[in-house]
Write a protein that binds this ligand. Structure first.
Ligand SMILES: C[S@@+](CC[C@H](N)C(=O)[O-])C[C@H]1O[C@@H](n2cnc3c(N)ncnc32)[C@H](O)[C@@H]1O
Length: 176
């Protein structure tokens, strides 16, 4: 089953609302206001929270799943995309949210305008101790930090083991 079919099926069965990311709330002050790409935004709760935090954040929720997007807030722009072939021109965004999603082919540097920021939080390879069956292609290896965030200054970087999952949080800014 491909990613689109898998996620459409998941969202079809989903019965509860998704939670806003707590580190996004904590670090929102570091993010550049303006055009925001909520990449793989799913039900859209994180972008919606950011937009309600300040109307200077103008969000587009871009996700592979029509089913997820159909359940996302209607007041936020939504577009069906495949993350590895994004339809946006270079430097289109002031901030990118990349939460609980990982595709190493995404090029943050190209998508961000100068001084633009990325909020990235996703499961790392250390998470395998909790989910040994999880496909390792979807896990971030901190050893790839400089490749994933090339051309960006790292403002914040941490790896958290909360006793159930292990995930990395990275906030970075385009400086050239
Ligand atoms: C774990 S959910 C995270 C959703 C949201 N970012 C959040 O934090 O609640 C992963 C999301 O990635 C989307 N997704 C999976 N593969 C994708 C792809 N290749 N391109 C774009 N979105 C994708 C799914 O549809 C799903 O909404």
């Amino acid at each position: 089953m491909n990613d689109r079919a898998r996620w459409n099926e998941k969202y079809h069965a989903e019965i509860h609302a998704a939670r806003v990311n707590t580190n996004l709330i904590r670090y929102a002050h570091l993010l550049k206001r303006g055009r925001v790409l909520d990449l793989a935004g799913g039900l859209g709760q994180n972008g919606a929270w950011l937009g309600s935090h300040s109307n200077e954040f103008r969000i587009v929720n871009a996700d592979i799943s029509e089913e997820g997007l159909s359940r996302a807030p209607k007041e936020i722009a939504r577009v069906v995309v495949e993350a590895s072939h994004l339809p946006f021109t270079q430097q289109s965004f002031d901030t990118i949210l990349n939460i609980r999603f990982y595709d190493r082919r995404v090029n943050f540097f190209e998508l961000l305008a100068l001084d633009g920021t990325v909020f990235f939080e996703t499961y790392t390879i250390a998470d395998q101790k909790y989910r040994p069956d999880f496909n390792p292609c979807y896990l971030f290896d901190l050893a790839n930090l400089s490749e994933m965030f090339r051309g960006l200054e790292i403002l914040q970087q941490q790896e958290t083991d909360d006793g159930k999952r292990v995930y990395a949080t990275v906030i970075a800014r385009r400086i050239t």
